[in-house]
Design a protein around this ligand. Sequence first.
Ligand code: SF4
Length: 264
Amino acid sequence: MMGGVEHMNTESAPESPGQSRQLLDNLLLIEDFLRYGVRSGRRIEAEDGALGFGDSSGNKGNSAEGDRQTRLDAIEARVRQCTACVLSQSRSHTVFGEGVTSPQVLVIGEGPGAEEDRQGLPFVGASGNLLDKMLAAIGLSRRTNCYIGNIVKCRPPNNREPTPTERDACIGYLRVQIEILKPRLILCVGRTAAHSLLEVNDAISRLRGRTFAFEGIPVRVTFHPSALLRDESLKRPAWEDLKQFRTLMDSLTDSPLQPSRNEE
Ligand code: SF4
């Protein structure tokens, strides 16, 4: 029995054959990642290609957006019921993620804090405000072109770092999110996010300034906004990281992003 994946709740049973295929494929995908860390050959193929996997048509229309949202919703429902690690015992809310479903950039943090646990949303409160401003400075916003998530979906008590066991129990959900969202770039904020996603163990000083890859997606690393709130001297090097990230972003996109309005 894989951790964190439970049987389908009949109250939320899909209404159409297409939705059934989508939900079943989501469950197989979660099981693959939790068991093997990668997607296996098993999959439920939609006759009309509506699942989005292996879709080489480049179709990013409303139907594909809706499919992605449906699949994310199904996984979020599983996360809300998850008891795969001890963090489930002290959480108020799970924090699945927030943003657009076809993001240019996926931002990954460590885990929910107290305010996130209260609201069920990632990066709210002081560090969330700072993250939003950092992202806005390079043309990114969770409202228009960005998705924000965490390594673990439940708050570690007293804001401690999630243990390796807790990270291992939860990382499968993030892997599935990445598979669905297909971001062009990933920005890890903080050492724990980078260590968990990239399976490295270097100090953040050795991770910054380098471009890694996760499943073929370029990954850069910078400081967690809460570290910047604790130590003002980190803001300048963090800004250098963001400028480099923006340059990489522009080099990968057909048309450079326009800076978004800094929403206070
Ligand atoms: S942190 Fe992740 S694995 Fe642990 S209970 Fe929450 S959702 Fe499940």
